[in-house]
Design a protein around this ligand. Structure first.
Ligand SMILES: Cc1cc2nc3c(=O)[nH]c(=O)nc-3n(C[C@H](O)[C@H](O)[C@H](O)COP(=O)(O)OP(=O)(O)OC[C@H]3O[C@@H](n4cnc5c(N)ncnc54)[C@H](O)[C@@H]3O)c2cc1C
Ligand code: SF4
Ligand code: SF4
Length: 435
């Protein structure tokens, strides 16, 4: 292999495609059962309001069908070692308990399975089964069995038309030998429970913005926007900005960069799906840094979305589980008022998705994201030669910046691969080694 890309979100997919299109042989390793990352779960994207699935699915398909990309979903890297220019990665293949060669993704097993579980794709709202295709547009379309929740009743095995369920599958390991690695392990969101004073633990009507993405998505858990607390359609929705970022008490001092824009986007989408609802965004500063973003903000104001410069001290609830926001109105002499809404959405921040220190010997910066010691001239370089970084594993950024950085990481990796080819002889292939 010429390059190994770790993480199959938009950044990893773009890096893999950019390298593969130049003729390099690429292995893409994703820990989940499908590629797509966070983007495939979003509703629409700012600032164009294009359907997220319509942008992401063709990329997922292009990755899966590219002759120069070998896709390893449900795999993880256990360790890496170096020998001259070659980097050897020990890869763990986690058991799906389904034979990938024969599974057709027909979902008969899923319909037959009697075990209902919270659906992780919908952030544990909605339901799924112990054996399932991860979501409707998953790539690859293979079922995966959650053995920890399976009761081994065998119903899935009986209905599978191609007899491909195998409860005896074991983890396997193999090696990938490569010249370069691109880390694209992405982000996680801060917890909506992190700020106790927002009361999300005791009030189902205080939700995270990521869950609002699922409520707004056509493939969401309920097919429309309702309050998870009681199924009521909300007439009044509040957004709480910086609910996990720029907050020293949470140890997240940085701005997560995307939350202002995604809150404005969601507010516009809500204005479309609930035309009679009042939508208020409580903010400290609105940061609309990208191309067309300020205009997007102005359009939202013109649509009637309320922007209130206010700090939210706490969120209590009334007898109807309505969130009651205690607000310090910054532009009105720090006056304290209480506003009641039907639903409060916390604009959660971005945290590093993975700690690469143990395996890749790549350190993390003070903010916890992958360290890029020459950030200004070479934003994709880590301190390890041949190991590059792309997308939100390097820090909070939107999709456009993730894609730009992925192209840049692919170019850096290609230049490095060429330099190594001229310096070292090619590695010998052996059994159980992808070289
Ligand atoms: C609520 C919300 C709404 C948003 N809306 C927008 C929007 O409208 N427009 C916009 O531009 N941006 C938006 N964003 C930001 C956008 O989601 C990110 O910019 C983008 O998803 C980053 O992609 P990524 O590939 O860097 O990370 P991810 O999408 O997190 O992908 C990382 C991938 O790496 C995998 N991975 C992690 N660790 C490992 C490992 N050890 N081994 C193998 N694989 C691993 C993960 O499973 C995942 O598939 C939004 C963000 C949020 C939270
Ligand atoms: S495991 Fe069998 S029943 Fe389930 S999706 Fe695959 S082919 Fe269909
Ligand atoms: S054996 Fe497990 S996965 Fe299959 S139907 Fe029964 S509970 Fe579901």
């Amino acid at each position: 292999m010429d390059a190994l890309v770790i993480g199959g979100g938009i950044a990893g997919m773009q890096s893999a495609l950019d390298l593969a299109d130049q003729g390099y042989q690429v292995a893409l390793v994703e820990k989940e059962a499908s590629i797509g990352g966070k983007m495939i779960a979003l509703s629409k994207v700012f600032p164009t309001l294009d359907c997220c699935s319509c942008i992401t699915t063709p990329k997922m398909s292009a990755v899966a069908h590219h002759a120069n990309i070998q896709l390893f979903t449900y795999h993880e890297i256990q360790s890496i070692s170096r020998n001259g220019s070659a980097i050897s990665a020990q890869v763990l293949k986690k058991p799906r308990y389904v034979d990938e060669e024969s599974c057709t993704g027909c979902r008969q097993c899923e319909y037959a399975c009697p075990i209902n579980l919270p659906n992780p794709f919908d952030l544990d709202y909605g339901a799924t089964r112990a054996i399932r295709v991860p979501f409707s547009t998953a790539v690859p379309q293979y079922a995966v069995l959650d053995i920890n929740n399976c009761i081994l009743c065998g119903k899935c095995e009986k209905v599978c038309p191609v007899d491909c369920i195998d409860f005896t599958q074991q983890p396997e390991t193999f090696e990938i030998v490569t010249d370069a690695i691109i880390l694209a392990t992405g982000f996680e969101t801060t917890s909506r429970f992190a700020k106790k004073e927002y009361g999300a633990e005791n009030n189902h009507n205080v939700i995270s913005a990521m869950f609002m993405e699922r409520l707004l998505a056509p493939t969401g858990p309920y097919g429309r926007v309702i309050r998870p607390g009681d199924g009521k359609e909300p007439d009044s929705i509040a957004y709480v900005q910086c609910a996990g970022s720029r907050d020293t008490t949470l140890g997240v001092e940085y701005c997560s960069r995307v939350c202002c824009m995604y809150a404005i986007k969601q507010a516009m989408l809500l204005a479309g799906s609930l035309p009679l609802a009042d939508i208020t965004i409580y903010y400290m500063d609105i940061r609309t840094f990208g191309k067309g973003y300020e205009q997007f903000f102005q359009n939202a104001k013109a649509m009637g979305i309320q922007f209130v410069k206010g700090k939210i001290a706490s969120i209590k609830q009334d007898e109807n589980q309505n969130p009651v926001l205690r607000v310090e109105l910054i532009d009105e002499g720090s006056q304290i008022v209480e506003h009641t809404h039907d639903l409060a959405v916390l604009s959660v921040g971005l945290l590093p998705g993975y700690n690469p220190e143990g395996i890749y010997k790549v350190s993390r910066a003070d903010d916890g994201f992958v360290n890029t010691p020459q950030f200004n001239p070479y934003p994709c370089l880590t301190e390890q030669p041949g190991i590059f970084v792309a997308g939100t594993s390097a820090g909070p950024m939107d999709i456009v910046d993730s894609i730009i950085m992925s192209g840049s990481a692919a170019s850096e990796a290609a230049a490095y691969i060429e330099a190594m080819k001229n310096t070292y002889a090619p590695q010998k292939e052996s059994e159980n080694v992808y070289a």
